[in-house]
Design a binder for this molecule. Sequence first.
Ligand SMILES: [Zn+2]
Length: 301
Amino acid sequence: MSRVLAVDVGGTTIKAEIVDESGAATASGTVPTPKGAAALDAVAGLGKQLIATAGGAAGTVAAGVVLPGIVDPARRMAVYSANIGWSDLDAGDLLERAWGIPVGVDHDVTCAGWAEWVSGAGQGCEDIAFVAIGTGISAAVVSGGRLLRGSGGRQPGEIGHVVVRPDGPMCGCGARGCLEAIASATSIARAYAEATGTAVPGALDVERAAAHDDRARKVWDEAVSALADGLTMLTALVAPERIVLGGGLAASGDFLLRPLAPLLAERVLVQPVPTLAQARHGTRAGLAGAALLARQQLALG
Ligand SMILES: [Zn+2]
């Protein structure tokens, strides 16, 4: 049975698994993500360790590595990540030398959306949008049964940097009022801390506090409303049959889907209103996508 190595590089943690043909993990490991180019060395080290435990390169036949930020899948380059602090790294060559097996490199959200389409909450749909809400917000789009790509194979769904509140807070990208400056998990926690002077560990704490704290309710409602506007724009552009919500903020139940659905129904006036679903792979969607990417390397031969 042929096994592949799947790696999901996040801003804080690198997750890796050896995956068999049924999609089950036979070995797994995580390490913290170092800053800068050292992050890629950490990926190489973790992968090497897992390949060794799975019987060496004879047992693991290909690898898929998904990265945040800007990625060039054709050249297998980590072009830029503000979170990790790297730019223009030849990830594919470096990892292929380290592991001695074919390596595919692609964008984390694109591959997570691919996995949700193939075997998750978007299975059976020709047209879906997958929206990951975590420290940032971005999307993958499947249109007419094909994963949408931008110029140079890049990720087209940077919905987090669509301006939904022109007078809103500054975004890390330099613009004002971007969707992710209001509705990302990071921004929700920050807005609550600014409004109350009390820091909270994360956005889910704001959602929980909203039941009894008006200031939390206001922050949460504003984030959900901004998200509904972002998804309305996405629907106007690509008319998905279903929108699958993933990432850390969507992983903990339907508290996000419940208020979003009526807002979307109210605001989507031209296109059919898409159904909303929670990602089936949860926070493992990136790894599931990395495994698909690895299998694709075998098909490319
Ligand atoms: Zn922005």
